[in-house]
Ligand binder design. Structure first.
Ligand code: E4P
Length: 234
């Protein structure tokens, strides 16, 4: 179970990484265009924040040969990069070729079970169903993910599911419960996952009560004094 951030913005990634729960980032041409800098600089900025992050970068060619060439360059530039290939017939041919090269791929823009089957048969490491874009048109993104997961299980498929196009924190919980390997989300959804009014109220009450503890303001400084706890225990 891994959480990715759906952004190429350095500040958003830094805030996400600081929470300790982000393992990677996903980009697409739209996300990259928002940063107003070349692709290479965007990737460098991500890895500057945390060199262990997995970075998903999409090819832009519409022909298999072009996709393969772009993917090889991306993969050679950093071992952290997983190449995103669009769900087209040309894309599937590229995935097959990249699989032979040992280059990891995520087939993106997946909106049906049959597309997921095709991507897995071609050798995709992951498929990325776009949950929110289906929900936007009154279809059922979660249902699609459940169907893909069930089918991959029956067929013992080696392809993972990376759920993309996420709109709400509830969707994150539902998608992990459905067995997604990775869910990628915008920053606001990530931070919404952490919040609960009862956590805020509980913490406020604890802090108010702590003021009643004798010596409470210096309690932790006292713990640091050498031997303090050892003396208590003996
Ligand atoms: C991720 O890689 C996808 O491209 C992204 O989640 C799409 O999200 P959107 O539907 O909000 O544009």
């Amino acid at each position: 179970m891994q959480i990715f951030l759906d952004t190429a913005n350095r500040e958003e990634i830094a805030r996400g990484v600081a929470t300790g729960v982000v393992a990677g980032v996903t980009t697409n041409p739209t996300i990259i265009s928002r940063e107003n800098k070349p692709l290479v600089e965007c990737v460098r900025a991500v890895l500057d924040v945390d060199p262990t992050l997995i970075v998903l970068v999409e090819v832009i060619s519409d022909r298999a040969a072009g996709m393969v060439e772009e993917a090889r360059k991306l993969a050679a530039s950093s071992e952290n990069i997983v190449v995103k290939i669009p769900m087209t017939a040309e894309g599937l041919a590229a995935v097959k070729c990249l699989r032979r090269d040992g280059i990891r791929t995520t087939v993106t823009l997946v909106f049906s079970v049959n597309q997921a089957i095709a991507a897995s048969c071609a050798g995709a490491s992951y498929v990325a169903p776009f949950v929110g874009r289906l929900d936007d048109i009154n279809a059922d993104g979660l249902r699609l993910v459940r169907e893909i997961k069930a089918l991959f299980k029956v067929q013992n498929a080696a392809t993972g599911v990376l759920a993309a196009s996420i709109r709400t924190p509830q969707s994150v919980a539902d998608l992990f419960a459905a067995g997604c390997d990775i869910v990628t989300m915008p920053e606001k959804v990530l931070h919404a996952m952490f919040r609960h009014p009862l956590t805020d109220a509980g913490l406020r009450a604890f802090m108010e009560d702590w003021r009643k503890v004798p010596g409470g303001e210096n309690a932790f400084a006292a713990l640091h004094r050498k031997g303090q706890l050892a003396q208590c225990q003996s």
